[in-house]
Design a protein. Sequence first.
Length: 230
Amino acid sequence: MFDNFDFDVISRSWHYLIFSGMTFTLQLTLYAMLGGIFFGTLLAIARMSKFRSLAIAAGAYVNLIRALPLILVIFWFYFLVPYIGQWITGSNQPIKVGAMASCLITFIMFEACYYCEIMRAGIQSIPRGQLSAGYALGLTYWQLMGHVVLPQAFRNMMPLLLTQTIILFQDVSLVYVLSMPDFLGAASQVAHRDSRLVEMYLFVAVVYFIMAYTLSTGVKHLQSRMAIVR
């Protein structure tokens, strides 16, 4: 099987794949993580809101998005967002959003649902006595969330947040279907250009395995250290 394996195509292409394709993948992962955590936190607060309509709406959105395949959501946003922009602006034709913006919106809104559930568990893990003490000191709801609850929730849920980010890093490869220049997409271009599919896709698999395994090991180490602190 490996008699005709061409290592030279990897040595010629690795610089482009890492510094162009992987850079794009990591950037999209970072932006999606930050946006997902931000909106996920807001969704978590909304799901626990005393306003029943707000809690039901947030819960319905989270359950709907989590029930859909990510690849379907990517296509959905890619083809739907331009028409939503047309409807909002009143334009005569669909707004040109672009693949990058569509992918970023997709991953932020999709991952926000998963970060929401992680954050909701973290918030609910804070003892109710701390909330009562905060209200007794005269803190408002948002002061209590910002200074007491959320800092502890983030600390408690940090391993899970990082684990979900690793999953996000792997899922970003799905933007390949929109011909985005991510790591997998760049490798696919090289593979078809040089007719070396086995070499390129094997190289991609090895790189993803090394990075995901290294990050997972780091998360386990962080979790053990945090457990010792407790």
